[in-house]
Design a protein around this ligand. Structure first.
Ligand code: DGJ
Length: 732
């Protein structure tokens, strides 16, 4: 694809390359508007990081940085620096990025600088640095793209060699970053089914902390592929320096945080090499996944907004396009439906005012009908006795109801009770000589096998070519890889975890090429797949099966650290009926709104409320989906929560405020808004009120300046439990 280089971006590139050569020293500056990552080639031609921090004002200061991080007080300079892509066997005794056993058995690698280039690409500058071992024909190219305006840097490497025989790679990280600060505080995102994105913080001290997964396909079920590091204390929302990093890899990942003997922190991010010693053939290029990070001086709030902007622009599929509201049937009917019931639900979707009806699991399988989760997975033919007219009849029914039609698939998986398994048991990841163990009664197809890739692509391709009006897919993935063994891989079992993920990308890439405009939801029994690479192929992901709105406030708070609201699907369901339909809807309306509830379960007042909330959400979609998000009041720190969205022109804002479980007569603080224009006047209106209900807020329908709203704030909290308020602010 031809890349368009803007004049502005080009002039930056020229300035950088001319400034990179300062005297005899080779200094490489990777810069956004707010961050500098500075590298330097040492006199013996090794490449070191000399700085990563807030942007330096004066180019001349780059010369004051030193590649050696270990100058003694007596002026002696140790050889040890922060090597950009540290290798096993070198003089650094801490965790390396790359570990190679060469064809002759030698386990050491030394990388020396060869040359580098910088060129303008859309949104930023691409720096490529070529490194080479002087004794073995091994080449590594380290890549960085610095996105100037969004303050995001994306980095990855390419590893290749020309040895006579394959080499074995035991480590092959995407990136290594170093810090020297008094304290390091890690915020991690632990997870499990229905309890995704749980945030917890700990101080990093000498030694290693590793966050990794070995689950293979449902890879992020126990921990998500992103983290935050507070660089001068625990991360804070609105202040402080924080590194926010994420790996784009839909498989096993590993982050290693190591504090060394002198108190430096190194952060190594990449594929988890667990059970994955990779045999790299001569001339094969191993491209590591992208590590994407931002360094914020304004706390996680600013960091998240930068990542949201970046993702909408450069990451997420159709990141700048609109999203479809929907009615799903999983929580409502589970497997228990037929054509008439679905046709009725489509009419309900229309009545509710949403754009689409989404048919979930249970529509396929004939020899082994999918009546529960024990059978049928893999046989993507509509079950005749349930759906005699097949998908075409459902598409027609949706047309008649005047809604779009979307459908659930889980094409990477198979139930042993299926025709697919009977025909192609060799397409399945399964041990030939041990007992099989199952997760949700299913097994994972071997996506390292090109025939299986064709089959999985064919599932989508066939549905869409036979039914071009299918408007949406929910792509599920409910099992980790169990019984790791590929009948296809032969003796190259060590590559299976990696090749399997590559196979998924091959399929997803083909789908995106052929059907670029079909939106798709990424689902993995909830949010167990939530990485930036997968989301190049999906318009949104399903954050969690847990739709209890109280739990969802925490889950969405966690995911919002790295994902724009537009990427996060949230549905109104019957989970936690102790909360009102209004409360449940207001929580879901902070993300991409959907419903998964039978309308017959709603009173006429509740239904009317939902219809109005859908209409409001559609009207405010540009603010919530494309605006700036401010997490104002944390549910982790208070008994309340508040999140605000402001459109880019600062003329519209929406505030969502929740009372969770306030204590008796506790102190209620005003909510100070952020991101408004201080000189604009805004009318404040409470929306999403139950039919006929008056706003209890004294500020309702009053006018305030942005300055007042940001400095004085609004009284929105109360002593009630599980109560929500939604305010719309319009500049007048
Ligand atoms: C797990 C998903 O998270 C649910 O939303 C639903 O689609 C089920 N799978 C269906 O089996």
């Amino acid at each position: 694809m031809k890349q368009i280089v803007t004049a502005a971006a080009l002039s930056v590139a020229v300035a950088l390359s001319s400034g990179a050569q300062t005297g005899e020293r080779k200094i490489i500056r990777i810069a956004t508007d707010n961050t500098d990552l500075v590298l330097e080639v040492s006199p013996d031609n090794r490449l070191y990081q000399t700085y990563l921090g807030p942007g330096l004002r004066h180019e001349s200061d780059l010369r004051n940085l030193s590649w050696s991080q270990h100058a003694g007080s007596d002026g002696s300079v140790s050889k040890r620096g922060w090597e950009v892509y540290s290798t096993s066997g070198n003089e650094d005794f801490f965790e390396p990025a790359l570990g190679i056993t060469h064809a002759d058995g030698n386990m050491t690698t030394y990388l020396y600088y060869v040359d580098s280039t910088q060129e303008a690409v859309p949104g930023g500058i691409h720096t490529r640095i070529n490194l080479r071992d002087d004794k073995y024909p091994v080449n590594v190219t380290v890549n960085y793209i610095a996105y100037t305006k969004e303050n995001v840097i994306k980095t990855w490497t390419e590893i290749t060699h020309h040895e006579r025989h394959p080499v074995l790679m035991s480590q092959y990280a995407s990136a290594m970053l170093y810090f020297n600060e008094p304290e390091y505080w890690l915020t991690e995102f632990s997870s499990d089914w229905a309890k995704e994105a749980g945030m917890s913080t700990q101080r990093l001290q000498f030694g290693k902390k590793v966050l990794d997964t070995k689950l293979g396909s449902r890879a992020a079920m126990h921990t998500h592929p992103f983290f935050e590091i507070g660089l001068n204390g625990p991360v804070r929302e609105h202040s402080g320096e924080v590194l926010m990093g994420t790996l784009g890899w839909t498989g096993n990942f590993r982050f290693t945080f190591e504090v060394d003997n002198v108190g430096n922190l190194r952060v190594i991010s990449g594929i988890n090499p667990y059970a994955s010693t990779y045999e790299l053939k001569a001339d094969e290029v191993f491209v590591t996944p992208e590590f994407i990070f931002t360094l914020s001086s304004g706390g996680t709030s600013q960091g998240s907004r930068d990542l949201h902007d970046w993702m909408r622009k450069y990451g997420l599929k159709d990141g700048e396009g609109p999203r479809l509201t929907l009615l799903n049937n999983w929580e409502n009917t589970a497997f228990d439906f037929d054509q008439d019931i679905l046709a009725q639900l489509m009419k309900e979707a229309r009545h509710l005012g949403v754009d689409m009806f989404l048919l979930d699991d249970g529509w396929f399988g004939n020899k082994y009908p999918r009546k529960d989760d024990h059978a049928g997975l893999g046989d993507w033919e509509a079950t005749r006795h349930k759906l005699p007219g097949g998908i075409p009849a459902l598409v027609d029914a949706a047309k008649e109801a005047d809604v779009k039609f979307g459908i659930w698939i889980e094409p990477e998986m198979v139930n042993p009770q299926s025709e697919l398994y009977e025909k192609h048991s060799d397409w399945v990841i399964e041990q030939p000589n041990r007992d099989t163990y199952y997760y949700r009664n299913q097994l994972v197809l071997d996506l390292s096998n090109p025939k299986v890739q064709d089959h999985v692509f064919g599932v989508v391709d066939r549905i869409l070519s036979e039914n071009p009006d299918v408007a949406y897919f929910k792509w599920d993935c409910n099992s980790p890889i169990t019984n790791i063994y590929s009948p296809y891989a032969g003796s190259r079992q060590g590559q299976l975890y990696v090749d399997h993920v590559r196979g998924i990308y091959n399929v997803l890439g083909r789908i995106k090429d052929k059907y670029p405009d079909v939106p798709m939801m990424l689902c993995s029994g909830g949010g167990a797949r939530c990485d930036y690479e997968a989301l190049k192929y999906f318009t949104e992901f399903w954050c969690s099966d847990n739709t209890d709105p109280i739990e969802r406030i925490y889950i969405q708070w966690g995911f919002s650290q790295f994902f724009p609201a537009k990427a996060m699907a949230a549905h109104v369901t019957s989970w936690n009926k102790n909360t009102s339909v209004k409360f449940r809807t207001d929580v879901a309306a902070m993300c991409k709104l959907g419903f998964d509830i039978g309308l017959q379960d709603l009173t006429s007042e509740e239904l009317l409320y939902c219809q109005q909330a859908v209409a409001n959400w559609k009207r405010l979609q540009p603010v919530v989906m494309d605006g700036d998000q401010y997490r104002l009041v944390s549910p982790y720190e208070t008994n309340h929560a508040a999140v605000e969205y402001v459109d880019k022109s600062k003329t519209m804002a929406v505030l969502f405020a929740y009372d969770l479980a306030p204590r008796f007569q506790e102190k209620l603080s005003k909510v100070k808004l952020q991101g408004l224009d201080p000189d604009k006047k805004y009318i404040v209106e409470e929306i999403n009120l139950m039919n006929g209900q008056e706003s209890r807020l004294p500020q309702n329908n009053k006018v305030y300046t942005g300055d007042y709203l940001m400095k004085v704030g609004l009284d929105v909290f109360s002593y009630h439990h599980n109560q929500s308020v939604v305010l719309e602010l319009r500049a007048i």
